[in-house]
Design a protein around this ligand. Structure first.
Ligand code: HPA
Length: 251
């Protein structure tokens, strides 16, 4: 696809992109309400004149929990300003053995365990019922671009894996994680859905870079605390910034 317009949706640990040279901010209202944050427009690391839009999923102050995010307003706001392609950054707990804290992973599948979220734009005033094809929820083309960029800047990245989207805001029980493991999930987070499906409904390319913040519940002796999550995310997010700069320069 030519003439892409990129957005980065930053999650926990990435409420702003330090290497984004911001040229303007915009507050976009939508029929679904206000998005989580104003939109910051700019260039990453001056590497390219490709404009990037940044949105903080949990608000600039990081005070909107995953189950309270207005996902529809966020995706609609990006659509309204012409975004075609979304890089979603998500903090996760690692389930598979190689998903250790600090590692990055690009999931290729998702299982939705959320239960209370508005998960579609197609609700009322419809001229016809619409079911999107969601067999492959993430853009394979953008995933390949991420892999290539990671290789160029020497960042290890796990290619593929199944993301379990849980309702939160509490973390899971050890038994719930065992169930997710049996279901074939490799990582668990609270923000992957309905974001990915809403982007597909509005025909936007969507890919996720997951940063492992902790071992999922019951998989290590350590209790999971916000301190541990935040600590592990610092390193991971530094890699994400580098990766985004390298990748966006290639378009
Ligand atoms: N579970 C769900 N969401 C998360 C986790 C977790 O262990 N870590 C970071 N986000």
């Amino acid at each position: 696809m030519n003439n892409r317009k990129f957005a980065v949706i930053g999650g926990t640990g990435l409420t702003r992109l330090e290497n984004l040279e911001i040229v303007r901010r915009e507050i976009v209202m939508t029929p679904y309400g206000e998005p989580s944050s104003s939109l910051a427009f700019g260039n990453i690391d001056h590497v390219t004149d490709q404009e990037v839009v940044f949105m903080a999923r949990h608000g600039h102050a990081h005070n909107i929990p995953p189950h309270m995010v207005n996902y529809r307003a966020n995706i609609k706001a990006l659509k309204e300003i012409g975004v075609t392609s979304i890089f979603a950054i998500n903090a996760v707990g690692g389930i598979r053995e190689d998903m250790c804290p600090g590692t990055l992973a690009v999931p290729d599948q998702i299982i939705d365990y959320t239960s209370r979220r508005i998960n579609s734009f197609f609700e009322s005033n419809l001229s016809h019922v619409t079911h999107i094809d969601f067999s492959y929820p993430y853009s394979a083309e953008l995933s390949e671009k991420i892999y290539k960029a990671a290789e160029q800047v020497n960042i290890d990245i796990i290619k593929g894996g199944t993301y379990a989207a849980t309702e939160g805001p509490r973390l899971e029980t050890a038994a719930e994680i065992q169930r997710l493991k049996r279901d074939g999930c490799d990582m668990v987070g609270m923000t992957g859905m309905p974001e990915a499906a809403l982007a597909r409904e509005l025909q936007m390319e969507y890919v996720s870079i997951c940063v492992n913040a902790n071992w999922a519940a019951g998989l290590s002796d350590e209790l999971i605390s916000m301190e541990i999550i935040d600590q592990n995310l610092v390193d991971g997010m530094a890699k994400v910034r580098q990766l985004l700069a390298q990748m966006i320069a290639q378009f």
